[in-house]
Design a protein around this ligand. Sequence first.
Ligand code: ADP
Ligand code: MG
Length: 693
Amino acid sequence: MRPQSLTPLFAQVTSLPGIGPRLGKLVERLTGPLVVDLLWHLPFAVIDRRNAPEIARAQEGEVATLTLAVEQHLVPRTPRQPYRVWCADQSGRLCLTFFNGREDYLKKLLPTGETRVVSGRVETYQGEVQMTHPDHIVPLDQRDSILRVEPVYGLTAGLTQRVVQKAIETAVARAPDLPEWQDPAYLAGQRWPGWKSALEQAHAPTEAADLLPQHPARARLAFDELLASQLAVALVRHHNRSLAGRSTKGDGRLRKQVLASLPFDLTSSQKAAIAEIAADLAKPERMVRLLQGDVGSGKTLVAFLAMLIAAEAGAQAALMAPTELLARQHLATIAPLAEAAGVTVALLTGRDGQRLKKATRAALADGSVQLVVGTHALVQEDVEFADLALAVVDEQHRFGVHQRMALSSKSHAVDLLVMTATPIPRTLMLAAYGDLDVSKLTEKPAGRQPIDTRTIPLERIDEVVDAVGRMLATEARVYWVCPLIEESEEVDLANAEERFRELRARFPDKVGLIHGRMKGPEREATMAAFADGRLSVLVATTVIEVGVDVPAATVMVIEHAERFGLAQLHQLRGRVGRGRAKSTCLLLYAQPLGETAKARLAIMRETEDGFRIAEEDLRLRGAGELLGTRQSGLPDMRLVDFPAHADLLEAARDDARLVIDRDPDLESPRGEALRALLYLFRRDDAVRTLRAG
Ligand code: ADP
Ligand code: MG
């Protein structure tokens, strides 16, 4: 049960005065649906309105709060002209300027002959002192209410600074004083304020330095957020470990057969990964392990060998892919190898016919199928396994915690292996998963050659087309990626279609087009034509980013490469360089290049190492953006600022570990306080794992 004291924070934002249904929707879009969400929306700037000079001493460009006598309204004759109001003090005159100003409203706000206090940025225009759209206009008796330092918040269209400031002020005032959840010695060492006081300070900066991540109030709040997430992850893991696991030991017989049938040796990181997985499977505890490696590093093979361990032990294993295409691709890799070992493999996807699905389900339920590859059709309720020992989830780019859980709940004590092609920087990894066990594939399989990556200005596109022509003469296969430029899919599609038509005119019968709007079968037909060489150029929107495997493709052209993020460029480039032939990646960019885009392209030329690229990406973008992207599926951090708070992360992890060692059910007084912390950051999932939760 959530502590009673938190109830006011878990009310809807519309419970705040002044926030009706209309503003409520906007506030929800900005921060979230609940009052507590407003607490985490920290200001990004301060405005000091304590500067209150006379007009003659007001400096151009500075924010000033002036006390003015209203002299004259100049109502515009045409709607194009601004509405102007002349004001004065004893030192001089100033003009207030409003575009699209409404006469009745402004006459009420600024009655001629009266005194008003006005705050805003001072400008000069044609030799006159003026102020355009002042931030505040109040009667003299409210002067003190604006003569202060104001926090400035990020907004969304339709919301004003005033509304957001007021809402947040009320939310902060509603925050209760909560028992301290941090370790007292650590807190004292850091000289941090208590939670409530930190919250108040973070929302009441008085100078720019108060906005820095190192400020005690901000650091404290960041640590709270990190502690909540580390503790939540640790609790869930502790809970999973305490559940009965199973020990799965293979005799190596099937693996030996498969390895003997391969025309290559495993890389040493593949060998290490399999050894780690085998050791986990053999332990009586539940395995939750992440298998990380670039596209083409050989994850599927590792996963398959892990699945064979289950088969050797007389149990079953399942591999779940995010798309139909990928499921089929995995099957294509796995099926011949399984045959070599005499192991039965089935495919289960949503697109199979009812009869086939029913037969496959029956075979899974009676154990006659040992391994299964599929899409999320695998986690439907009517799918049962005779004895599922290992679930492998290929997440490519996304981290879908729910489906992962659903698959591992298909049988008790299922061990879980999660594959991802997204190299995640260590810091973010730790933030999202705590001490998750990770196996990394760091080498490329032998025989792969480095990809020749070049950056070329878009003006030289004709030369690029000529070069593609020469490559086609040598049977090369070429991806040509058109980016998302406009927000609208139609426009992007139009761009790709135009490029398609141009290239087809130049290379008749050789060019295909795929995009996200195409129906599955049509897309697969085009892919197949490209894979077997009937088409040699494949124009694509970014749909090919996810897991397309055509080892014969050796050229990747990316138009407007400056618009892509590093991770995306890296994923796209990973589509070539998969065979033995030498590959090329041409990054076409529009000039002028911004600093960040320039840095991104330079890194692409410099390295193919996905882990290094991920670290650089973090450095260039900041974690807020990396974490914020819904795509990544990583939990959203609102108060943490990486890399500035990276060392707090380690401390939070260590602290969470200590707590779990000493008080795994959070029953001590500090444990009670920590429960409130978990609720505050919506980690109810973790609280639910507690016996007395
Ligand atoms: P990932 O799943 O990491 O993208 P895959 O497992 O699909 O990579 O492997 C890509 C290709 O490399 C496949 O054709 C696979 O057979 C091949 N491969 C895997 N391991 C090796 C290796 N050790 N040596 C050579 N080729 C390999
Ligand atoms: Mg693969």
